[in-house]
Design a protein. Sequence first.
Length: 82
Amino acid sequence: MPKKQKNKKQFKKNVTYKKIKARIGGIDYKNPSSLTKFLSSRFKILSRQKTGVSAKVQRKATIEIKKARFLGLLPFTERHQI
C-alpha cells in the first residue's frame, strides 16, 4: 500500500538581493541604496522568505536599516519621503 505524502505549503521566494553580495561587510547604514532592497514599497522590512538571505544577514540588515532611519538616511514610512 503506497504511503500518503503530506502537502507542505511552500513559500515562493522573491529574491531581491543576491546572497553573494549580501555579505555582512557589504551591508552598511551609510549606503541606503543597498538597504532599500530589504524594504517594501511602503518601507517595511521584508521577511527572510521574500529576501532569500540567511538569518545572520537578515539580522545585520535590520540593524543597519534602523540606524539609517534614525539618522534620517531612510524614511520610516512612505509619508516621510526624503
